[in-house]
Design a protein around this ligand. Structure first.
Ligand SMILES: [Zn+2]
Ligand SMILES: [Zn+2]
Length: 380
């Protein structure tokens, strides 16, 4: 079984456990967003998410941390619960959703306290708990942990995570902004994989929240020039605000021609493909300079392929091609960088948890950047 399959198998197991936790008489009930119906490929009937009541989770183990969730951002990947069956291959409803959170510790076990966490701490975290001692974890590749334990379920009033998943929010960062730290780790990991160093040129294809974050992060990492291909007009403005020196509208211009013209025909040192479009995936190769690096940071339709001319691209132009999915190895760096970022322009809308349906409608519209659920009324 591949590492990815093993990860998803574990998600399914964890989900089965959580779905048993629907509220029973006598227990305090709290609200959580659940994926309750899968997309039906035969009829084209969309999937569904709903707000359900579950038992309030509690600290049971010594390293458990009960977090009162303040904000939970919707991830682009959450759209796949409704729009298609990309996630159905490995994952089935009913299942709790949400993995980009901020909150405050309400209770915790003694082992969590021994790690320095305290009641009232403002925290965020990595929704996957790696074992930390398998061969891949010990080789520094925690994303391939052989026994990962996912704890999504963050679009909810409360979650329980293990102390090793939890990170204090840096001083000066609001709880609302902190809901963007988890997706920020993805951008940090992509920049690391791209080998971005000062003075390099960068092209970002696609301008969802990861693409926009990469524009700003590339600039603040010292990129000499940052170009972006952005289809939606409002997102073009945001891309400029985030620091793009060149914004290409793929509806009006040939992206490859415009990108090459901007670099004197050379192409870019690093190309980040964040759009999820197989066509852009091909363009990314053409936009890289000789010896350049292309990093793919998106989900693609199942079965899509990338046709790479072996001699012309890999050998003659010495391209480096990388994929990036998770970012467990970049949390520490991301937390130290986050206060230097300003990702507030990416927050398009904030809805109370009860209005989750409008939030998901906005997500599916594709017109917005980050949609955030406010999970408790007094979140600040
Ligand atoms: Zn995400
Ligand atoms: Zn491991």
């Amino acid at each position: 079984m591949s590492s990815t399959a093993s990860l998803w198998r574990n998600i399914t197991c964890s989900t089965a456990w959580l779905s048993c936790r629907r509220s029973r008489a006598g227990n305090t009930a709290v609200k959580a967003v659940y994926w309750t119906r899968a997309y039906d490929r035969a009829t084209g009937h969309p999937g569904r998410v709903e707000l359900v009541e579950v038992d309030k989770p509690a600290v049971r183990g010594p390293d458990d941390v009960l977090i009162r969730v303040a904000y939970a951002a919707l991830c682009g990947s959450d759209a796949h619960y409704i729009r298609d069956d990309l996630l159905s291959v490995v994952f089935a409803p009913p299942a709790p959703v949400g993995h980009e959170i901020s909150g405050v510790i309400e209770d915790l076990g003694p082992a969590a306290q021994a790690k320095g966490l305290r009641r009232g701490d403002r925290v965020t975290g990595n929704f996957i708990l790696e074992c930390g001692h398998c061969d891949t974890c010990r080789r520094g590749m925690r994303q391939f942990c052989r026994s990962p334990r996912p704890h999504g379920a963050g679009q909810a009033e409360y979650i329980v995570w293990k102390a090793d998943q939890v990170y204090p929010i840096p001083q000066g960062v609001s709880l609302l902004e902190a809901a963007l730290i988890e997706p920020f780790t993805i951008a940090v990991e992509a920049v690391r994989r791209g080998g971005l160093t000062p003075g390099r040129s960068v092209m970002v294809l696609g301008a969802g929240s990861i693409g926009q974050t990469l524009i700003q992060l590339s600039g603040r990492t010292g990129a000499g020039t940052v170009a972006a291909s952005v289809r939606t007009p409002s997102k073009q403005d945001t891309a400029r605000l985030m620091g793009a020196n060149l914004v290409v509208d793929p509806r009006q211009q040939d992206v490859v021609q415009a990108g090459l013209a901007h670099t004197g025909g050379e192409g870019f040192d690093v190309v980040f493909e964040t759009s999820g479009s197989p066509e852009c995936a091909r363009q990314a190769l053409q936009l890289a300079r000789r010896g350049g690096t292309v990093v793919y940071v998106s989900y693609y339709p199942p079965g899509s392929t990338l046709d790479v001319p072996l001699f012309e691209e890999l050998i003659f132009r010495e391209l480096t091609i990388k994929g990036a999915q998770l970012a467990q190895n970049s949390w520490v760096q991301a937390l130290s960088l986050f206060p230097k970022m300003d990702l507030r322009p990416l927050i398009s809308r904030v809805y109370p948890l009860e209005r989750y349906q409008e939030a998901y409608d906005d997500l599916l519209s594709g017109r917005h950047l980050k949609i955030v659920l406010q999970c408790c009324e007094d979140a600040q």
